[in-house]
Design a protein around this ligand. Structure first.
Ligand SMILES: [Cu+2]
Length: 146
């Protein structure tokens, strides 16, 4: 990733619908409260729910924690991890009732703006002890088969 907010951790996951609906990337149409931000709750109608973290151990499916990549001074980071697919599928089944990840129906989100960025109160997205600064989407992309 290039040009992300620098020196902070960036949560990233694939999001999707457990029922297999084809998730889409958000557009400005998702800014339903017209505050200029597409926050996490506003993404859900088109992109579904948070499913699998792209963190240090995706197979653990541990979403709210500090195991995500951290951008450097230039807002750059690289992320690559080998995932034991059998473990991920077992965990995915616990959460969503199927071992089928349906990657072609999912959308990848990257999140995270600096904690000192002033956000309007209308921006939502608290997850456990993390607030909207951590969960605010900064990028989204549809997964396509290479
Ligand atoms: Cu996410």
């Amino acid at each position: 990733m290039f040009d992300t907010p620098k020196n902070i951790e960036h949560w990233e996951h694939f999001h999707g619908f457990p029922d297999g609906r084809d998730a889409q990337v958000p557009t400005m149409a998702q800014d339903v409260n017209h505050d200029g931000y597409i926050d996490l709750p506003e993404t859900e109608p088109v992109s579904g729910t948070t499913m699998v973290p792209l963190d240090s151990a995706p197979e653990d499916m541990n979403i709210p924690h500090d195991g995500y990549p951290v951008a450097d001074e230039n807002g750059h980071y690289e992320y690559e991890v080998d995932v034991p697919l059998d473990k991920l599928q077992a965990k995915f089944k616990e959460a969503f009732g199927s071992t089928d990840l349906q990657l072609d129906k999912r959308v990848v989100y990257v999140h995270g703006v600096p904690a000192d960025l002033k956000l309007p109160d209308s921006v939502k997205g608290d997850v456990m002890s993390y607030d909207a600064h951590t969960t605010l989407p900064i990028a989204a992309g549809k997964i396509v088969k290479a």
